[in-house]
Design a protein around this ligand. Structure first.
Ligand code: SF4
Length: 778
């Protein structure tokens, strides 16, 4: 039995809250506060607090299952189950070619698993058909970030900067439900005199905290951002000197915005011109400000353009790449950031390298010990891959995902999964997707294995094993090792996570997401390390030299700490504001410069500041300290300039009409996580959030004749879902909301539209047209 407390991280969302796991008197482990981790400072939501429940749950899978001749899933040995998978994959490849094999990963997989899964697909299976559910999460923000800054890291600054900025525009994020401990940063922002603007069609618990809540019609926030930029220009609030010095593409973006008159934007969005003006005033008044987006603007068929328009606001006002300012994306899944960096995306190799880049292919192929020409090219994006199941793709290996609930147009995707020749699923429980599989492998959970994740700040973290997994359960890494061997690749697929991480470091070296200077030892000692963190370069005589900061990273200070690059002396109190003649009332230090000694901060993750970390001289001479803040000196584009997006408004893929007159938007509730495969099996969470509902305005309910709790059918062109009405004035009268965590008749994703963003290939989860029917008495 476990006898000591183990510091680790929550298995769920991208905040990756720190927690200690201690032996429980009842057996197993229990969660104990871990106040030393700066991100959550001891706070946890109900999901994190109850996370150990699934470790010892009765519904936990502890034996492989194989489908019998009679069609039932029955227990089998590991040898039999792995043998069946290897045989099915070999057969499909022999009959239909390597691209008949699909691999689908997840944003909750550790960095090591994501890395090995990508390598397995390309080296062992030789298939291009790999993607993952993170495509459904933040891919539009990633694409827009790459276009604007040349680099995608969720937040280019630590969360600890939020309370010190002057104003935050939070677009399409309900973090009071999705990551409650993060709400404290915004509460403290307001306590410090800063302001919070929330953009959301619903008056959510997050919106209730705002100084200004704008509730645009779903799918119109691109127009909203353009209208705000129009006013910024018209009111002479653009920072022309910054634009001149640090950006490109302004004239085109400016011209596009000027075509979006505030009155026109009001007609599209429903947000009034005075509200638009007030938002501009609040955003532009302080010297520092941020725009943070989440799934609202991102999960649209124009998500990349929408995020680009929000980034434009930061560029036009001189905020991006300046201390305590800029644009960031609040990534959702636990390893949503790391999961997109190490090669499980259809178009990428480890280190955020492009699969189409010959130099990138050579570098990674050398680490993998294979011929670069043997590596397949880019494959299909997540929805396109799932849509091809049973046609071009005959066999699928799925790890860490539950698309039966989480994919758009879910009934169709369920049908595609059923039409496969062969489906293998690795999971901890018999998820809705695992129920359809030919073979199910029971795998270890977060507290039973060691591995790394990268949180929404780009902070690489070590999750430590706290308990021994149950008999009969093995890690995903073991599965890939065994399958590789059975498919004829004996080497290159170890099961030790640290050995894999060391290979990942080499594969990422020199890439955008450079992990080469990060080790398990450092992660344990430093409470995480921000990438990029290059390894010390070796001189000819074998000596280490100080690593150079990668493009887009802030230069290290004399103490070797990037963490201390905050600009101001950060006195407790409000953020600096502009006087009427635009002179700052509080002086700020130049971009990229270090904070004076004694600067206030919630954290100091620099190695030098930590008791067990290297001394400052040592850190400066050999060890890269990591990069909490990006872009302070230059952006990661070729010319070092951030690029404006010249975008114009376009409507959602499916506008309401006579047959489908109401808008549907989907989202999350605090007690469930993503497809609910894990959290629906935790009694306390299930009791708190037992099922879906249809939130609607009283006026809409009256028109429908529905009372609170009445069963309402929501019908779209893709199907029908039924759930009880929840009547609330928190939502617009033209819109209904459904959380998407449940399967069955209340499955919200039965309804959602798979119309894809042309760049990010993100489906339009956030808005589609529906009609409502009262089903009571049916
Ligand atoms: Fe923290 Fe997210 Fe886990 Fe809740 S689910 S404890 S917010 S990491």
């Amino acid at each position: 039995m476990q006898t000591t407390s183990t510091p680790t991280h929550c298995p769920y969302c991208a905040l990756q809250c720190g927690m200690n796991l201690s032996p429980s008197p009842a057996g197993g482990v229990e969660v104990v506060e871990r106040a030393d981790f700066p991100v959550n400072r001891g706070a946890l939501c109900g999901k994190g607090r109850t996370a150990p429940a699934l470790l010892s749950s009765r519904v936990r899978l502890t034996s492989p299952l194989v489908r019998s001749a009679e069609g039932a899933l029955t227990p089998a040995t590991w040898d039999e189950a792995l043998g069946r998978i290897a045989e099915a994959l070999s057969r499909a490849r022999a009959e239909h070619g390597p691209d008949a094999l699909g691999v689908f990963g997840g944003g909750g997989l550790t960095n090591e698993k994501a890395y090995v899964l990508g390598k397995f697909a390309r080296v062992v299976l030789g298939t291009s058909q790999i993607d993952y559910n993170g495509r459904f999460c933040m891919s539009s923000a990633a694409a827009a970030g790459m276009q604007a800054f040349g680099l995608d890291r969720g937040l280019p600054f630590p969360l600890a900067d939020i309370p010190k900025t002057g104003c935050v525009i939070l677009v399409g994020s309900n973090l009071a439900e999705t990551m409650p401990p993060a709400l404290r940063y915004f509460t403290e922002l307001r306590e410090n005199g800063g302001t919070l603007i929330v953009i959301d069609p619903r008056r959510t618990r997050t919106a209730e905290q705002a100084d200004l809540h704008l509730a645009p019609r779903p799918g119109t926030d691109l127009a909203l951002a353009l209208g705000l930029l129009h006013l910024i220009v018209a009111e002479g609030r653009a920072d022309e000197a910054y634009i001149q010095e640090r950006t490109s593409g302004w004239e085109e973006a400016r011209a596009a915005a000027m075509a979006h008159w505030p009155e026109y934007v009001e007609r599209i969005t429903g947000v009034s011109v005075p509200e638009l003006r007030e938002a501009v005033r609040m955003f532009c008044a302080p010297e520092t400000a941020m725009v943070l987006t989440a799934r609202g603007p991102e999960q649209q068929s124009k998500g990349t353009d929408t995020v680009g328009a929000w980034i434009n606001l930061c560029l036009a006002t001189g905020r991006a790449g300046r201390p305590l300012s800029g644009y960031g994306c609040l990534t959702g899944q636990g390893n949503g950031q790391g999961g997109r960096e190490h090669g499980q995306k259809a178009d990428q190799l480890p280190g955020y390298r492009k699969l189409t880049d010959p130099a990138a292919r050579r570098h990674v192929a050398e680490v993998w010990g294979v011929d670069p020409d043997s590596l397949p090219g880019p494959g299909r994006s997540a929805y396109e891959l799932l849509d091809a199941l049973g046609t071009d793709i005959r066999a699928l290996l799925l790890m860490g995902s539950n698309p039966v609930v989480s994919a758009p147009r879910a009934a169709h995707i369920e049908e595609r999964l059923r039409s496969l020749d062969f489906l293998a699923v690795c999971d901890v429980v018999l998820s809705d997707t695992a129920e359809l599989a030919d073979v199910v492998l029971p795998v270890t959970q977060w507290a039973e294995e060691t591995g790394t994740t990268t949180n929404l700040e780009g902070r690489v973290l070590l999750r430590r094993q706290a308990i021994t997994p149950p008999e009969g359960v093995r890690s995903d890494l073991h599965v890939l090792h065994e399958l590789a061997a059975r498919l004829g690749v004996e080497k290159g697929f170890p099961t030790d996570p640290e050995e894999i991480f060391d290979e990942l470091r080499r594969a990422s070296a020199g890439g955008a997401a450079d992990y080469s200077g990060i080790t398990y030892r450092r992660l344990a000692e430093e409470n995480g390390v921000f990438w990029p963190c290059p390894a010390p370069a070796e001189t000819e005589d074998g000596e280490n030299t100080t690593p150079t900061a990668p493009a887009g990273a802030a230069a290290p200070t004399e103490a070797g700490s990037y963490e201390d690059a905050s600009p101001t002396a950060l006195p407790d109190g409000p953020a600096p504001t502009k006087t009427q003649d635009s002179e700052n009332t509080t002086p700020t230090a130049p971009a990229g410069s270090a904070a004076p000694a004694g600067a206030r901060g919630y954290e100091d993750a620099s190695p030098a500041a930590l008791p067990d970390g290297p001394a400052p001289d040592e850190a400066a001479s050999a060890v890269h300290p990591g990069t909490p803040r990006l872009f302070l000196d230059r952006f990661a584009t070729e010319d070092g300039r951030a690029r404006f997006a010249a975008v114009s408004y376009r409507a959602v893929a499916e506008e309401p009409d006579e047959a489908y007159p109401v808008l549907l938007t989907t989202g999350r509730v605090v007690s469930q996580y993503q497809s609910g495969a894990q959290t629906r099996r935790v009694d306390e969470l299930n009791a708190a959030a037992p099922g879906p509902y249809v939130e609607m305005h009283p006026r809409l309910a009256e028109r429908l004749g529905a009372a609170d709790g009445d069963a309402v059918a929501v019908v779209s062109r893709r199907g029908r879902a039924v759930a009880p009405a929840r009547i609330s004035r928190a939502i617009r009268p033209d819109t209904v909301f459904m959380p998407f965590h449940w399967p069955g008749e209340g499955r919200a994703n039965t309804l959602t539209n798979p119309a894809l963003d042309p760049t990010s290939r993100m489906p339009e989860f956030k808005v589609c047209a529906v009609r409502l029917e009262l089903t009571a008495g049916e």
